[in-house]
Design a protein. Sequence first.
Length: 152
Amino acid sequence: MKILMVCLGNICRSPLAHGIMEHLAKERGLNWEIDSAGTGSWHIGQPPDHRAVSIAKKYGLDISNQRCRQFSVIDLDSYDQIFVMDETNLNDVLKQARNDQDTTKVKLLLDQQIVPDPYHDDELFDPVYRMIAAGCKAIIEWELKHKQKSKP
C-alpha cells in the first residue's frame, strides 16, 4: 500500500500524518510506503515546522528528516490512497484528478471531519497530533479488517 498525506504547506499536518502512519504501519508489520506533500509551494525542500517536529518528538517520533514537497498530478498515479486534511486540500487535489479512478483515491483523513491547521496557533499542535493519530489508527484497522474479509 502506498499512502500520501496532504495538507496546505507540508510543514505541519501532513508531516505529522506521514510520521504517525509510517510508525503505526511499521508497528503492525505492514509494508506500506508513506509520504507527504503540500498543495502549496512555499516550503519546498524545507524540514517540517519546528512545532510539528517538537510535538512528534513528545510522542516518540522523529519527523525531522522529512522535506517538504508540492503535490503533483503524478502523485495520483503513484499512490493507492491520498488523505487530505481539510476541504480546501480536498478541492485542490481533486482539481488535478483526471478521471474517476483518481477521484476515488482522495479522501479526508478523518472521513467527515477536518484536521485544523495549527500553523497560527501553537496550542493546536497537541490536539491536531491526537486527531491525526486517531485517524491513522482507524485507517489501519479498516485496511486490516478489509484485508481479512477478502481472504478466501
